[in-house]
Design a protein around this ligand. Structure first.
Ligand code: 3Y8
Ligand code: NAP
Length: 247
C-alpha cells in the first residue's frame, strides 16, 4: 500500500500536494517549522525536524512510508542529505522534485559566487544599497560589511534585533511579481541584489526587476547534495510513484 512522505516548503511541493490530495493518495506533508504560519496544505501535515537522518529513518519505519519525495528548496541541503541516508537505511525509494537553476540572459549583470560568504566579499567597499532577498537565516554574515543599507525581505517579522545597523524590512511571503519587485527596488534606491539560485517562479521576479533597472545581481550557486533521481514536474513524480524502480 503506497504511503508517501512529501518533504515540502516550496511552490513545487505545494503543487504536488494538491495533485496527491486530488488523487486520494495516502501522503504526509512535512514542514521544518521555519515560519510562524506556513501555508495550509490539502494533506495531513507534520511540522518540525525529524532528529537528523536517524530520526527520519525511524519515522519512515514507524509510519510505514513506502516512498519519499524531497521537494524541499535547493538550498535546504541538510534535509536533502538526510533524506538520502535515511531512505538508504530504511530501504525506501527516494526522488527529488527540483526546479532547474536560473540561467543568465541578455541584459542580466550577474556576478556568480559559490557561497553566501563569497557574496559578502564581492559587495563593494563604498556604501551601497543592497536588496538581500535571501531570508533571515544567513544575515549575520553580512555584518562584515555594515556600511551598506540593506533591504531585507523576510517571511516573518524579526523577533531578535537584526545583526545589521542600516536596514529596511519588507515582510512578504511570495511568490512575487516583477512590477512589485521593480517598484520595491526603485522605492529603496537599490544598487545591488543578492539572490540564491533557487530556480522556479516564486522568487524570479527580482531578477527581471534587476534587469529592467540595470542592476547587478550577486547570484549564489546551489550547495552540493548527494545523487538521487531528480524529477522536474508533478507528472514525472506521479509516474515515478507508480514505478519507483524505474529511477
Ligand atoms: C517554511 C512555507 C508555496 C511556497 C512558497 C519557492 C517560492 C515563495 C521564494 C525573495 C526570496 C527565500 C525564503 C523564499 C521563497 C517561495 C515558497 C519561497 C525566498 C516559505 C515557507 C517556508 C519558508 C522558509 C524560508 C526560509 C528562507 C526562504 C524566504 C510557508 C514561505 C529567501 C529563499 O524567516 C525564515 O527563517 C525563512 C527561512 C528558509 C531562507 C532563509 O535562509 O532564510 N524560505 N519559505 C518552510 C518550512 O518550515 O518547512 O511559510 O508557507 C516557502 C516559500 N519560500 O507554497 O507557495 O518555492 O521558492 N523563501 C530563497 O529562495 O532565497 C524569498 O524574497 O525574493
Ligand atoms: P536545511 O538547512 O536543509 O535543514 C535543516 C534541518 O531542518 C533539517 O536537518 C531538518 O531537521 C529540518 N528540516 C528541513 N526541511 C524540513 C522539512 N521539510 N520537514 C521537516 N524537517 C525539515 O533546511 P532549510 O534551508 O532551513 O529549509 C527549511 C525549510 O524551508 C524547508 O522546508 C525548505 O524547503 C524551505 N525553504 C528553504 C529555503 C532556503 O533558502 N533554505 C527557501 C525556500 C523554502 P532534522 O535534522 O531534525 O530532521
Amino acid at each position: 500500500m503506497t504511503r508517501i512522505l512529501l518533504l515540502g516548503g516550496t511552490t513545487e511541493a505545494s503543487a504536488l500536494a494538491k495533485t496527491l490530495a486530488e488523487a486520494g493518495m495516502d501522503a504526509v506533508f512535512s514542514y521544518a517549522g521555519r515560519t510562524a504560519r506556513p501555508v495550509n496544505q490539502p494533506l495531513p501535515t507534520r511540522v518540525g525536524g525529524f532528529g537528523g537522518a536517524e530520526g527520519l529513518a525511524e519515522f519512515l519505519r514507524a509510519e510505514g512510508i513506502t516512498h519519499v519525495v524531497d521537494a524541499t528548496h535547493p538550498f535546504a541541503a541538510q534535509m536533502s542529505i538526510n533524506a538520502v541516508y535515511a531512505c538508504d537505511a530504511a530501504d525506501v525509494p527516494l526522488c527529488a522534485f527540483e526546479r532547474p537553476t536560473w540561467q543568465e540572459g541578455d541584459g542580466d549583470q550577474w556576478v556568480h559566487v559559490g557561497t553566501i560568504a563569497e557574496a559578502v566579499n564581492v559587495l563593494p567597499e563604498a556604501a551601497a544599497r543592497v536588496f538581500l532577498a535571501i531570508g533571515k537565516q544567513n544575515l549575520p554574515l553580512f555584518a562584515a560589511k555594515p556600511q551598506h543599507h540593506y533591504l531585507l525581505r523576510l517571511v516573518d517579522a524579526p523577533e531578535a534585533p537584526l545583526p545589521l545597523p542600516h536596514t529596511a524590512v519588507e515582510i512578504a511571503r511570495g511568490p512575487f511579481d516583477v512590477a512589485g519587485d521593480t517598484a520595491l527596488m526603485q522605492r529603496h534606491g537599490i544598487t545591488h541584489v543578492v539572490a540564491k539560485n533557487a530556480g522556479g517562479a516564486g522568487a524570479a521576479a527580482k531578477l527581471a526587476a534587476a534587469r529592467r533597472l540595470g542592476l547587478p545581481v550577486i547570484m549564489i550557486g546551489r550547495p552540493q547534495v548527494p545523487d538521487r533521481p531528480i524529477k522536474g514536474s508533478v507528472a514525472e513524480v506521479m509516474e515515478w510513484l507508480a514505478h519507483p524502480s524505474a529511477a
